[in-house]
Design a protein around this ligand. Structure first.
Ligand SMILES: Cc1cc2nc3c(=O)[nH]c(=O)nc-3n(C[C@H](O)[C@H](O)[C@H](O)COP(=O)(O)OP(=O)(O)OC[C@H]3O[C@@H](n4cnc5c(N)ncnc54)[C@H](O)[C@@H]3O)c2cc1C
Length: 459
């Protein structure tokens, strides 16, 4: 079967990869001139890469890790020490760590929490442990039911001291969905905690050894092309054209640089676009169909990724850091963490600014200035005194609508990969799968779409 897929993010690429594996012919049509969607990266005039987002791969990503193995590129993942490192705002320039010993889960997680006495008291750890009991006993069913509460509401319901939220979970919810605990659904944090506590290596983290476009997307494309598929960049879907029976007649592609629009036809069609462009593109005749109507409840959340190149080394930490700053979320010194960006003498920080709703329309200069103010708190030793660290250059990448904003009630809005339209499927991290809006979620969604297509074709 010829399958037209709109979107070359991880979901579209994964869908095409698994389609060629079972003998179908996918043709990916990507709007932009770059692969990867939210993992896209670009090279600047000096040859330095800059990315849409600082991306971390977790041990608890079975589908993405399997994809790496299937492509023979698992050595491109640079696994770091099994620990989580938090800045301590009340003691600028210092860190607090959760070190996971090499023991089975959940013992390693429990020991990591019990051994950390900088952030939580013993009484607080016990109260938190007691609050988690229903999730541990009832499992995923309970986790899904908690989608009616925000994380702050859930903590209150479980009688967990609010200080724990301030100390640990503001950083965690910003890292997971770029919003604060009073907005994020309890299901998101409980899902992550479940994975981190139930799988021995669930919370181990890896950085890719270079840009995601080159080191991850390109090998997927090579695999697709070798299998007879195709990937077309600069091929924006303009309209989903329907037959009289509401099935898809073709994807109308916008002609660029004065070229005519083109009606691209195939046997089957997949949208692997993010939910926001899909909503805009939904044909009028589909808008009242439940599966599409409920998409109205999903919307991408703004986030900003910042790259700062300095004239010296600010840290030798080779890991992700949770800033615990009101402005920033996680960050890393990519000159330590990523082989292709390595520099023994000068730091390149990649930082995520979240929540970003008040900053997304500010200028790059304003964003850089406010981030530099934050860095004075994170690295006081390098920004005080007569010879402060100098910023060599910077890039700011704004994503006004990134992953869907996972507020309470969103689980019910996430559609299946199959739709009521017989020749039309969905792929994307927002579609229903157990891994939230993430690279793992996108990869799994694409795989599920390919599986649904393969099953339906057999029928
Ligand atoms: C700053 C940031 C940090 C992140 N950090 C992490 C992390 O550490 N770990 C993690 O697991 N996840 C992280 N994520 C989330 C992760 O990047 C996404 O969940 C995942 O990449 C989404 O993939 P997708 O294929 O579902 O969607 P997308 O990547 O959005 O792909 C959709 C594609 O469709 C294309 N498209 C749109 N409209 C059209 C059209 N009209 N015609 C044709 N094509 C079209 C787009 O150009 C895009 O290429 C982060 C995201 C951001 C923004």
């Amino acid at each position: 079967m010829r399958v037209a897929i709109a979107g070359a993010g991880l979901a579209g690429l994964s869908c095409a990869k698994y389609l060629v594996d079972v003998g179908h012919t996918p043709i990916i049509l990507e709007r932009r001139d770059v692969l990867g969607g939210k993992i896209a990266a670009w090279k600047d005039e000096d040859g330095d890469w800059y990315e849409t987002g600082l991306h971390i791969f977790f041990g608890a990503y079975p589908n993405l890790l399997q994809l790496f193995r299937e492509l023979g590129i698992e050595d491109r993942l640079q696994w770091k020490e099994h620990t989580m490192i938090f800045n301590q705002p009340e003691k600028p320039g210092t860190y607090s760590r959760f070190d996971f010993p090499d023991l089975p889960a959940p013992i390693n997680g429990v020991i990591a929490i019990l051994r950390n006495n900088d952030m939580l008291t013993w009484a607080e750890k016990i109260r938190f442990g007691l609050g988690l009991i229903p999730a541990m006993i009832q499992g995923q069913k309970y986790v899904e039911e908690m989608d009616q509460y925000s994380w702050s509401e859930w903590m209150q319901k479980q009688n967990i001291p609010p200080r724990i939220e301030k100390e640990v979970f503001i950083a965690m919810s910003k890292a997971l969905n770029f919003i604060n605990p009073d907005e994020i659904s309890a299901t998101i944090l409980l899902t992550a905690l479940n994975r981190f506590l139930q799988e021995k290596k669930g919370s181990t983290m890896a950085f890719l050894d270079g840009s995601p476009t080159e080191r991850l997307c390109e090998p997927i494309v090579d695999h697709i092309v070798k299998g007879g598929g195709e990937v077309r960049l600069n091929a924006p879907l303009k309209e989903i054209v329907l037959n009289e029976d509401k099935s898809v007649k073709g994807f109308l592609l916008r002609g660029l640089d004065g070229a005519e629009d083109e009606l691209f036809t195939a046997d089957l069609y997949v949208s692997a676009m993010a939910v926001d462009p899909l909503k805009v593109m939904l044909p009028e005749a589909w808008r009242e169909i439940d599966c599409f109507k409920k998409l109205e409840g999903l919307e991408g959340v703004p986030v900003i990724n910042i790259h700062l190149w300095f004239d010296r080394k600010l840290t030798d930490i080779d890991h992700l850091l949770f800033s615990r700053s009101p402005l920033l979320s996680v960050y890393a010194d990519m000159s330590n963490t990523c082989k292709a960006y390595a520099d023994p003498n000068r730091s390149m920080l990649e930082l995520v600014l979240a929540p970003a709703k008040d900053w997304i329309s500010q200028t790059d200069e304003e964003i850089i200035q406010v981030t530099m103010e934050e860095l004075k708190k994170l690295f006081p030793q390098h920004f005080e005194g007569k010879n402060p660290a100098q910023l060599r250059k910077a890039h700011v990448i704004k994503t006004p609508r990134s992953v869907y904003k996972a507020t309470p009630g969103r689980q019910a809005c996430r559609p299946d990969q199959r739709t009521p339209i017989a020749n039309f499927y969905l792929a994307g991290d927002y579609t229903m799968q157990q891994y939230l809006g993430s690279m793992e979620g996108a990869t799994l969604s694409g795989k599920l779409t390919a599986k649904a297509i393969a099953e339906d074709c057999k029928k």
